[in-house]
Design a protein around this ligand. Structure first.
Ligand code: IPM
Ligand code: MG
Length: 368
């Protein structure tokens, strides 16, 4: 298989976690004879520094033309004083929009070796395995906004707005995802207060007729946040707006112990984009303590969901589980008795384990 993959390292720990993803993809190409060509481009603060804009047009063009994109993280204190629209984060939002990516999937699944690091008791955590389907190209993050000074007082606003077709396309994706899982879909809104949420709820409800095997439920976002914390295993696929999905996915990540564990994939009209859901973590830069797991899992999502390479993705994921099972941990997921390692050492140990998996495929039950 021949694929062009654009790497967008971005800022903070972005470059180091991007290296982790590239390592996984490169190993996969070598072992399975795939030709993965990597093209690295600037985005975010790095692009502001290099080209004066967080999303240079060359970067967007390369991404649109590629087969898949991997992004590390954007943002950092250096650019915190910049206004909305000129910040590193705008580069990411414009990239998602410019690539026509309207849906973002964030799988949150408890990894067996890491049950002990969840803040929840094991009975509450259950077999947590859910997916947040977040609308990615509309809502508050792209609505009309402004900032005025009236009679000596400053006022600023952002608006939440959704059209029915915008809701329909992300809902179609969520229903299909639910059909292929446990056939339960929970749509999260704030329809007791927001008009846009009322349209959201009506649209999602009407579409259920096309997916009769899926059990649809609606939940207000405040209740959903509580239910996530109390009984997260009740959820299968959760569908929500751009903003609520952003918030709920960080909350869900905390349940499995670290935001450094959660990958994501975004889909739409051009190439798909894969990125860990964590940020650029400026305080970790230079400490080699960033957790590469979210990146590794974003790379396996790319293999599986963009290229259809499930065997390869299973190879990496099974190896990863054994490394975690062996107690190797970055600081964010350390527990008593585990071996603390840096991100670079973790990747070395993973590479060795991936080789072992190939050598003992049968014993490990991989690919059989
Ligand atoms: C995320 C991040 C981004 C978002 C930021 C960095 C713009 O929080 O991917 O969840 O809000 O989408
Ligand atoms: Mg976020």
């Amino acid at each position: 298989m021949k694929k062009t993959i654009v790497l967008l390292p971005g800022d903070g720990i972005g470059p180091e976690v991007t290296r982790a993803a590239a390592t996984v993809l490169r190993e996969c190409g070598q072992e399975f004879d795939h030709q993965f060509e990597f093209v690295e481009m600037p985005v975010g603060g790095a692009a502001i520094d290099a080209a004066g804009t967080p999303l240079p047009s060359e970067t967007l063009e390369a991404c649109r033309k590629s087969d898949a994109v991997f992004l590390g993280a954007v943002g950092g204190p250096k650019w915190d004083g910049f206004p909305v629209g000129k910040r590193p984060e705008s580069g990411l939002l414009d990239l998602r929009k410019g690539m026509g990516l309207y849906v973002n999937v964030r799988p949150v699944k408890v990894l067996d070796p890491l049950r002990g690091i969840s803040p929840l008791k094991s009975e509450r955590l259950g077999d947590l395995d859910l997916e947040i389907v977040r609308e990615l190209a509309g809502g508050m993050y792209f609505g009309e906004r402004g900032n005025v000074r009236e009679n000596g007082t400053e006022r600023a606003w952002d608006t939440e707005s959704y059209s029915a077709p915008e809701i329909e396309r992300v809902t179609t994706f969520a229903f299909e995802r639910a059909e292929n899982r446990s056939r339960r879909l929970c749509s999260v809104d704030k329809a007791n207060v927001l008009t846009s949420s009322q349209l959201w709820r009506r649209t999602v409800t009407a579409m259920n007729a096309g997916y009769p095997t899926v059990k649809l439920e609606h939940m207000y976002v405040d209740n959903a946040a509580m239910q996530l914390t109390l009984r997260p295993a009740q959820f299968d696929v959760m569908l929500s707006t751009n903003m609520f999905g952003d918030i709920l996915s960080d909350a869900a990540a905390a349940l499995v112990g670290s935001i450094g564990l959660i990958p994501s994939g975004s889909f739409g009209s051009t190439a798909p984009l894969f990125e860990p859901i964590h940020g650029s973590a400026p305080s970790l830069v230079g400490t080699d303590s960033a957790n590469p797991v979210a990146s590794i899992l974003s790379a396996t999502m790319m293999l599986r969901d963009a290229f259809g390479l499930s065997l390869e993705a299973d190879w990496v994921e099974q190896s990863l589980l054994r490394v975690l099972g062996g107690g190797y941990r970055t600081p964010d997921i350390i527990e008593p008795g585990a071996h603390a390692v840096g991100g670079a050492a973790f990747m070395e140990i993973l590479r060795e384990e991936m080789q072992r998996t190939l050598e003992h495929a049968e014993r490990y039950g991989w690919g059989v």
